[in-house]
Design a protein around this ligand. Structure first.
Ligand SMILES: Nc1ncnc2c1ncn2[C@@H]1O[C@H](COP(=O)(O)OP(=O)(O)OP(=O)(O)O)[C@@H](O)[C@H]1O
Length: 586
């Protein structure tokens, strides 16, 4: 746990934790000494030895006072350490997440991450407020008491020391059973959470098919209930075993004390005082048994957090290499796949200042090309160069400053329309914002919105239509004025107005930038300087509209199919589904 906390704090900040643990340890030792000092005080009282009782009482008072002061310092340091850990956890998590390849966020990882971040934050506060100090004290005080028992009578000390490994085993067992259950609970909770989100998001489809329930969700919830029941029964067994072990240790210590008193080795009052002291040994240990489960749970949550930090990010240079061909993009014999290969030996050069269109059937790998240029993933073979430099030799901020992205699925933040566009270049003036909005046709939307520019456009831009969202996204790109614009045209049919604005925006973008356009409508392709036809992960043809028509290859077939309304086929290998999908878009 301490290793995980140190990792969360990050280099240079771990001494705050070390100092806190040291103060807590000191408090535990002082508590143990205070308890041990009760033995001579009780013995003095019983024997009526008033000459020395004052000394023992004074020592007890000093140690108790010191324990109080140390406790105060330890609590203050605990709050500071908790705050510091929370702050650096969020910071380090944020810094690390941006370095992870986007592929990492696939599947249920996003749901898992949300849970890890929420639970982890609560758990860090809990660790400092309720766990770490009691744990350290519950271990330090009994060890001090054991040493004191050795000091008073070695036989009692030995009996106490021998019970420690037995108790440790019992606590381990309890903690392990709770932790195992927690791991299962966590997996079940994540699965149920993901299904609930899916259920919410897919309401439209479910209702369209007249489904009120959702079987996968019901099954996951039932599974979650079963796992929780099993976990509780296992935890009860573990905690009972450790509780029993503590009771057993106390009984053995009492018997040894009684035996020593009957034997005459110890005065009865000293024996009673030592038995009382052995309770001070067992009490905190019993707490450890209770904390055992909570500590393991906290450890699990912490480990899930630190596992994210241990996840390998994409390597980045400290300083970016200088651009040799500003504005140019090149894919050089690139091979890449997610689970299965998507691009195979893919080569394409997009000259600076040109407009290049990528066309091809659905699933050919066009969006993947854009993702690799933006370094959402690294290639498995070959290189992607932006401005003549391998993207792996550019720092993320330098790469992103070169690129403006317009995705098919435009994500709008739950903020005002103006703020959503300003995201492209936060320091842009109002006039620049208005100009970008005008070119992309957003100013028309503004007049329709109830609060104009200040209208909150809702999470995911729910208040805007698909076409309107694309316009906002294009306005962002126009505002950014990046040297390279990567535009994944919406597959859904755009209204003629949006279509017109899109073409106007492309022309405007092309004045200052290199444009790579994934085109689903041939109207946007004809004027391109270069058209690359992609099929099954390869570039099968490159040229202008005229040269490709003259070559009478795949592009020409597509063009004819569009004109005659018949199906088109890039190659004999292209599936009918791909063909139909392409037709419907073209
Ligand atoms: N995150 C991902 N994980 C796994 N496979 C993926 C992922 N993204 C895309 N793919 C797969 O990679 C292949 C290429 O997808 P890509 O989105 O690049 O195609 P595309 O040509 O842009 O298609 P479309 O025209 O339909 O947008 C497809 O088979 C797709 O299922």
């Amino acid at each position: 746990m301490i290793t995980d906390l140190r990792l969360l704090l990050g280099p240079g900040k771990t001494q705050i934790l070390t100092r806190y643990v040291a103060w807590t340890l000191l408090y535990g030792v002082l508590s143990g000494i205070a308890a041990a000092l009760l033995v001579p005080v009780i013995a003095d009282l019983a024997s009526g030895d008033w000459d020395v009782i004052d000394n023992h009482l004074a020592a007890l008072a000093i140690v108790t006072l010191a324990a109080g002061v140390v406790r105060y310092i330890q609590t203050v340091r605990g709050s500071k350490a908790a705050l510091q850990t929370l702050t650096s956890t969020h910071q380090r998590l944020g810094d690390h997440l941006v370095s992870l390849p986007l592929g990492w966020f696939d599947g249920d990882r996003t749901g898992r991450l949300t849970r890890v971040a929420t639970d982890g934050t609560i758990m860090i506060t809990g660790i400092f407020a309720h766990l770490l100090a009691p744990l350290v004290v519950s271990v330090a005080a009994p060890i001090t008491v054991t040493i004191a028992l050795f000091w008073y009578d070695w036989r009692l000390g030995l009996a106490t020391a021998l019970s420690i490994p037995v108790l440790a085993l019992a606590f381990r067992f309890a903690a392990a059973s709770v932790a195992r259950g927690d791991a299962r609970n966590h997996a079940a909770d994540v699965a149920a959470g993901a299904r609930v989100i899916e259920f919410g998001q897919k309401q439209q489809v479910l209702r369209a098919f007249g489904r009120s329930g959702y079987e996968p969700l019901e099954q996951t919830i039932e599974q979650q209930r079963r796992i929780r029941r099993r976990t509780i029964s296992q935890a009860v067994v573990g905690l009972s075993v450790s509780g029993l072990a503590v009771q057993l240790a106390v009984t053995v210590l009492m018997l040894v004390g009684v035996w020593l008193a009957l034997d005459g080795s110890l005065a009865p009052t000293t024996a009673v005082a030592l038995i009382a002291l052995s309770f001070r040994f067992a009490g905190p240990l019993a707490d450890v048994s209770e904390y055992a489960g909570a500590i393991r749970l906290a450890g699990n949550d912490l480990r899930r957090l630190t596992d994210v930090l241990r996840e390998k990010g994409m390597p980045e240079p400290k300083v970016s290499a200088p651009l040799t061909h500003p504005g140019q993009v090149e894919l050089d014999h690139v091979t890449f796949g997610y689970q299965t290969p998507v691009l195979r030996d893919f080569s394409l050069t997009i000259p600076a200042g040109s407009v290049t269109a990528l066309v091809g059937p659905s699933g050919a790998g066009k969006t993947t090309v854009i993702r690799l240029i933006s370094r959402f993933w690294d290639t498995q073979q070959g290189a992607v160069r932006v401005g003549g430099v391998d993207v792996r030799d550019l720092r993320t901020d330098d790469l992103t400053s070169q690129i403006a992205l317009v995705f098919q699925d435009v994500y709008l933040f739950d903020d005002t329309l103006a703020a959503n566009i300003r995201l492209g270049r936060p320091e842009a003036t109002d006039a620049e914002l208005a100009e970008a909005a005008r070119l992309a046709g957003v100013d028309e939307i503004v007049t329709r919105l109830p609060h104009g520019w200040d209208t909150q456009i809702g999470e995911g831009g729910a208040a805007l239509s698909g076409g309107e969202r694309q316009r906002v996204s294009i306005a962002r790109a126009l505002l950014k004025r990046a040297p390279i614009v990567l535009l994944d045209e919406a597959t859904a049919a755009l209204d003629p107005e949006t279509e017109r604005y899109l073409q106007r925006s492309i022309r405007q973008l092309a004045k200052h930038s290199t444009v790579l356009l994934i085109a689903h409508r041939l109207t946007n392709v004809v004027d391109a300087d270069q058209i690359a036809v992609v099929n099954q992960g390869h570039v099968v043809e490159v040229g202008t509209h005229e040269s490709l028509i003259a070559a009478d290859g795949a592009y020409a077939r597509l063009w004819r199919a569009k004109s005659t309304g018949q199906g088109w086929r890039l190659s004999p290998g292209a599936s009918r589904t791909q063909t139909r999908a392409w037709c419907s878009r073209a």
